[in-house]
Every structure is written in structure tokens, then in C-alpha cells.
Write a protein of this length. Structure first.
Length: 326
């Protein structure tokens, strides 16, 4: 275990899968996080001392340098869907990504993998997408051979997409969504991790790779598939973008007046993001170019969404019981 990789955000949804895979590859893994105590679960991914969570603030040069020193490769998985305090889109996704690449280059780190997002565009309407593009530009400036991964929406046991809407479905007969006709190409979290590991190991050339699963579905279709799996009947109600913008503005005001105590289900920036399709472009390199077979949603979703069924783990037993004759 002579080689070391530092994974920024290594205890997050995507980062933990990368950390596990890198440990299996025999690398020492340094998991750079804001809260070390909450990241202790990564230590059993390897043998004693192989995977270690360490504190890092990616808004600070010295902190980034401390966890990067001695590393052979770095992976940046840090991103935010909503701005909270000093963790703004610009500070985390633009300046943070650029700082990691700059420090890594100055310390002679050989390889970098940067997890961005489909839709990263300097001219995008949403600040989220613009700062993702700025982060990519900063990475390329300092680490020209970096592997940049742009996944579509990511699904897996810890996701905040299917889990969130499945939980919402238990609250009433209506399931509201914004942008029901917007298309997504969901990609399995471990497929994204496999792509990142190939980048760390130097098995693929640098550049941008857009990652999507085998299926393209509208938001409404994804919710319909989820409802079938959790065995609930709900009316999927599309909230028009104009109404969603008004709702987001109201929650933004409430959040400001409550000093952050009240947080709405959607922000104005997220509404702008939901107005744009989130699929792999025809000319982009993807998982196939990385030699990775894509995983279908139907092969994974039932494994973790079963708990949202009306009877949870006993739902299948109850269905079988209906077929028994007295």
C-alpha cells in the first residue's frame, strides 16, 4: 500500500463508493471531510489504517495542502445543491475545485479526477451549472490531464432523489413535482465510482466524460417507476415553472426572515435547473468509452426502496398470504 489518494468529500454519497473501491485496489485512502466524527464509517472499507478520515476545509489553501501533501492522486467529489452559510456555489464548486487542482499541481500530484455534473455551462441560467463550469475550468487550468466526470442524476441506496420522493409519497395522495417533462438519464452511483477509479489508476485519458445510465426518462416517468416499486398509487401533479418560481421566492423570503430556520422544498436556482434536460449529449464520451457496463435502475431500486412500501419488509408476505386458501 505505497500509493495514496486523497478524496475530498470522500464520506459523501459518491465519495464513499470511490473510497471503498480504491481500498480494494490496495491504495491508502485519505478521506478529506468537514466533520471527521461523522465520517468514521469509512474506516472499515480497508484494513486497519488503510482508510482514514481527516479534516479539511476546501475554502482554505493551507487546509487543502495539508491533506494533499504526499498524495499520488486526488479526487474531488464536493458539491452543493443549496447554498448554506459560507458554503456558496462559488466558494465550493468554483473556487474550491480550482483550489484543489492548484494545490495538487504545486505539490506534484500526478493525477486528478473531478466529479462535476451534466449541464455544466458558463452560460447556463442556474448558478449551480455556471459554477460547475467554472470549477471545471479551474481544474483544467492547473491539471490539464484531469479526468472530469459529468454524471446525470445519481441513484443508489443513499441518494437524495428517489429516497426523498418515496418518503414524500407517504404523506398524501398527491406527489408534486417541478418539471414533470424534463428528461433525466439516471446513473448508478457505483458506476460513477468505477469511472473515477479508472481515472485515478490512469487507465483512461484525461478529458470530459458524461455519465448516464441505459435509460432516458422524464421526471414523471421516473416517479411512476418509483411508485410501482413501492406499491403506492399517487397522483403525480406537475407544478408549472411560473408557480414553482413564485413558491421558491416565498420560501427564500421565509428563510431570510427566519435566519435560515425555514427551508423550502425547492429553490429558485433549482427551478431553473429543472427546466433543462439532464441527459448525455450525443457527441460526448461516456461510460462505454471507459469500458463500464451501465446498471439499469430496475436492478437496483427495489433493493433499497422496499422500506417505503405500505408494509415495508412484510409487504411481499402479505401479498403471498392473499393467495392462500382458507
Amino acid at each position: 500500500m505505497s500509493q495514496l489518494v486523497t478524496i475530498f468529500g470522500g464520506s459523501g454519497f459518491v465519495g464513499r463508493y470511490i473510497a471503498r473501491r480504491m481500498a480494494k485496489e490496495g491504495w491508502r485512502v485519505r478521506v478529506a471531510v468537514r466533520n471527521v466524527n461523522e465520517a468514521m464509517f469509512v474506516r472499515p472499507y480497508g484494513v486497519v489504517g488503510q482508510v482514514e478520515p481527516v479534516f479539511c476545509n476546501i475554502r482554505d489553501d493551507a487546509s487543502v495542502a495539508a491533506v494533499t501533501d504526499g498524495a499520488d492522486a486526488v479526487v474531488n467529489c464536493v458539491g452543493v445543491l443549496d447554498e448554506v452559510g459560507k458554503n456558496t456555489f462559488s466558494a465550493v464548486q468554483a473556487e474550491g475545485a480550482e483550489r484543489i487542482a492548484r494545490v495538487a499541481a504545486s505539490l506534484g500530484v500526478g493525477r486528478m479526477v473531478h466529479v462535476s455534473a451534466i449541464g455544466a455551462d458558463a452560460q447556463a441560467a442556474s448558478q449551480y451549472s455556471r459554477t460547475k463550469a467554472a470549477g471545471e475550468a479551474g481544474v483544467v487550468q492547473h491539471m490539464p490531464s484531469a479526468v472530469i466526470l459529468r454524471p446525470s442524476i445519481i441513484f443508489g441506496p443513499e441518494d437524495q432523489f428517489f429516497n426523498r420522493f418515496a418518503a414524500m409519497s407517504r404523506l398524501g395522495p398527491i406527489l408534486p413535482v417541478v418539471g414533470a417533462n424534463t428528461r433525466f438519464q439516471p446513473v448508478f452511483v457505483d458506476d460513477v465510482a468505477a469511472a473515477a477509479v479508472k481515472g485515478v489508476l490512469g487507465k483512461v485519458e484525461g478529458g470530459i466524460y458524461e455519465l448516464g445510465g441505459p435509460d432516458v426518462n422524464s421526471f414523471r416517468e421516473l416517479m411512476q417507476q418509483m411508485l410501482v416499486i413501492i406499491r403506492r398509487r399517487r397522483l403525480i401533479m406537475n407544478i408549472p415553472f411560473w408557480a414553482a418560481r413564485m413558491m421558491a421566492a416565498g420560501f427564500t423570503l421565509a428563510r431570510a426572515l427566519s435566519l435560515g430556520l425555514i427551508r423550502g422544498p425547492v429553490t429558485a436556482d433549482q427551478v431553473r435547473n429543472l427546466a433543462v434536460d439532464n441527459v448525455v449529449s450525443a457527441e460526448a464520451k461516456g461510460l462505454e468509452d471507459l469500458g463500464i457496463c451501465t446498471t439499469a435502475m430496475e436492478a437496483v431500486l427495489p433493493d433499497y426502496l422496499w422500506r417505503f412500501r405500505p408494509s415495508g419488509q412484510y409487504d411481499a408476505i402479505k401479498e403471498s398470504a392473499k393467495n392462500l386458501k382458507a
